[in-house]
Write a protein that binds this ligand. Sequence first.
Ligand code: GUN
Length: 290
Amino acid sequence: MERLGCKIIKEKLLADLAKRTQEFVAKGNRAPSIAVILIGSNGASESYVATKCKMAAELGFVHFDYRFDEDYTQDELLSLIDRLNADPEVDGILVQLPLPKHIDEESVINRISKDKDVDGFSPYNIGRLMLGQECFEPCTPKGIMEILRYYGISLSGKNVTVIGRSNIVGKPVAVMCMQKGVDATVTVCNTKTPDLKAHTLSSDVVIVATGRPSTIDASMVRDGATIIDVGVNRITDGSRPKGYRVVGDVDYDSFNGTSCRVTPVPGGVGLMTVVMLMENTYAAALRRAR
Ligand code: GUN
């Protein structure tokens, strides 16, 4: 098995982005800035948001932190988004998902200005992605394409199976793989797919984004295939200081002794997502400065 580690890609991309940011600021521009909104106390979300803010600071970006209790209302959130949309000091807006149940995710995403939607979740940006037009691409799919590029894995003429059809990962990554110039033949599977193995066995690349540990193992793919594991699952583990460990959607160890290439969890796709968020924020700042 070849481990497709992403720390090296992350460091390379961040060094390059830090340099571009310095040059941007040296020309007299205000540093790129991002507003990060977190509602409630979900352990995983808190950890993602902390990583996003830390990386922004390291790059010399400005970050505005908004933390609210679970009972923060939808009206309050929409008003805050309106203010941030109108604020010339803010380039990007990120509302960490999932939101508490009393808040309608769709209304919130729709409210973010298309020019500040650095997550790339709005109908405007997803529509443009679908059409192959320049847009803010969703960060996890964009990171997956960077991993494939870094490791020299061309998708042209290849069979790609995506397992999972979420708006955040499955759907957009499928579109990106089938785009003209990328040229994969794409199959998108879901929980109702009767014979998953039939699809994965005929694939050169399998992208797994189900949120279920051990969705696939080595017996389900052909030797030499590339496996991209998007999963981040917390498994109870009393032997760990935090009482849990993080595993992906792929049975990673089952690939030992094969010639497959597999992204690890942790140390894989998750590292890329945050870098891509920073790239999108930088792109938003460039647009603003033009
Ligand atoms: N929750 C899980 N992944 C993401 C992401 O990429 N962006 C936001 N805003 N929330 C998430």
